[in-house]
Design a protein around this ligand. Structure first.
Ligand SMILES: [Zn+2]
Length: 287
């Protein structure tokens, strides 16, 4: 009897292992693209996932909050984030990335050349060096290939000055993700002056979903830029009762005038786009 019991147990164990493996293989072959604007308070963090591959744009202001969010959307066995993109070195965009670097293996980090004088930034750069994370300089024209989708960096377009820069927002990484008829534009904290340069260039800014620049500050989201992007939906990543008064009434009015749907993370929580098919519009949900 004892012998039979061992056989049963080993068959059961084998079945369990093969189920887990099947789950992993199936997960790896899944082409569905998800874009999740995480509610991380006053800051930005956006998770793009396809199968077991993840791209994280910014880390928000709080590492623990971000880890909790990643725990919700990244399978427990997947301790690898294939790529992180830091739009610019402000606290509300990079602080959370430190905890991610400590808890996940980040394969590559895309960031602009601009540097900050802050202690946080020094700690962040030290950690990147210590973890030997491969760096890719963000500049217009850099393309990131996904399965059936592509992300292109649209800005910064001009060389970034060397040394610490005062207006880090101006060098925000702007990226456009296209998956068939679905498209997303990520803008970091880009100010109106830079929006204007992009809008007047020949760059294709068109996107169904716009991540509104600078948490809905009145110094961004100009009419000219909105007309060039022509989004259906606008996501504002913003903290409840934040001390900056974001989003500004002026920016909200410009969106409303154009009948653009507004989704704020302080009101909706995480805003999730599930894109199953390049020819079909992504499904939106909140969590
Ligand atoms: Zn910001």
């Amino acid at each position: 009897m004892r012998h039979r019991k061992i056989v049963y147990i080993s068959i059961f164990a084998l079945a369990t292992i093969s189920l887990i493996l099947a789950g992993i293989i199936w997960y790896g072959k899944n082409q569905e693209l998800k874009v999740i604007f995480l509610d991380v308070g006053q800051g930005d963090a956006i998770l793009i996932s396809q199968g077991s591959n993840q791209i994280l744009i910014d880390g928000g202001p709080d590492g623990q909050v971000l880890l909790e969010k990643l725990g919700r959307y990244v399978p427990f066995w997947d301790r690898e984030i294939e790529m992180a993109i830091a739009t610019h070195p402000d606290q509300d965009h990079i602080e959370g990335l430190l905890e991610v670097m400590k808890n996940y293996k980040i394969d590559a980090l895309v960031e602009g050349a601009e540097q900050s004088e802050s202690q946080l930034y020094k700690n962040y750069e030290n950690l990147i060096a210590q973890k030997q994370i491969q760096k890719i300089e963000a500049e217009a024209g850099v393309k990131i290939k996904l399965n059936g989708a592509e992300m292109e960096i649209l800005s910064p377009r001009a060389p970034v000055p060397t040394g610490a820069v005062k207006d880090t927002n101006a060098y925000s990484v702007v990226a456009r993700l296209a998956f068939g008829q679905n498209s997303f534009l990520f803008t970091g904290d880009l100010p109106d002056t830079e929006e204007k340069k992009l809008a007047q260039s020949s760059v294709d800014l068109s996107a169904k979903v716009l991540k509104v620049a600078h948490h809905g500050s009145k110094y961004a989201t100009t009419g000219e830029f909105l007309d060039a992007v022509h989004p259906s939906d606008a996501i504002i990543s913003v903290g409840r009762n934040n001390r900056f008064g974001h989003p500004a009434d002026e920016a909200l009015a410009r969106l409303k005038e154009r009948k653009i749907n507004i989704f704020r993370t302080d009101e909706k929580g995480d805003v999730i786009y599930e894109c199953r098919n390049p020819d079909v519009r992504c499904q939106m949900a909140v969590n």
